[in-house]
Design a protein around this ligand. Structure first.
Ligand code: SF4
Length: 180
């Protein structure tokens, strides 16, 4: 029997329309190149992709600002992430339990995201009223990379532990590891 290989992917791996609207930067162009490389290889290798929900789009919509991790690190956002992820964790369990038919290769996130970062997120003391903040520029510049998961991936990691699921979490940046 052929074992079907499955990877769970952050929503924007398949649908970049969910992302925050930004001026296209060099970093984003590189991400887009990687995304296409990954998708082409996944199709070529007959890997099945399951799309996780986009927590930021679901909670803040298409007109949201970019955020720092601290702004999402609150009980309300975490609880909503949990509700979104629980049905997917059930799917993971079912696939893992039927290992003669399925192999879950991993969960792929997006480094840099305050929600879906796996190895890297962005932190900063952002918040408050923008229009009347006299120090807005210096506050915005205080954002910095940090080697930790975004909030959505942290919640997912907790759910994996709770359900005794041992599934690798990798970043799109490291997608080649899936095919080793
Ligand atoms: S929250 Fe996650 S899925 Fe949504 S756009 Fe950001 S990285 Fe992609």
């Amino acid at each position: 029997m052929t074992v079907k290989k499955i990877v769970f992917v952050s929503h924007c791996v398949l649908n970049t329309a969910s992302k925050v609207e930004v001026v296209i930067s060099r970093g984003l162009k590189e991400e887009e190149l990687l995304r296409k490389k990954f998708l082409l290889k996944a199709i070529e290798k007959d890997i099945h992709m399951i799309q996780l929900p986009c927590p930021e789009f679901n909670l803040y919509g298409a007109r949201r600002w970019g955020h720092a991790k601290e702004q999402f690190d609150n009980p309300f956002y975490r609880e909503n992430c949990k509700s979104m992820l629980e049905p997917f964790v059930l799917q993971m369990k079912e696939y893992v339990c039927n290992s003669e038919r399925f192999q879950v290769l991993g969960i792929m996130g997006i480094d840099g995201s305050p929600s879906c970062g796996v190895n890297l997120t962005y932190c900063g003391q952002w918040g408050g009223e923008l229009s009347s903040n006299p120090n807005l520029s210096s506050m915005l510049q205080g954002i910095h990379p940090k080697k930790e998961k975004g909030v959505f991936m942290e919640v997912l990691e907790e759910l994996l532990h709770k359900n005794e699921l041992d599934i690798d979490m990798i970043s799109l940046n490291d997608f080649e590891k899936l095919f080793l």
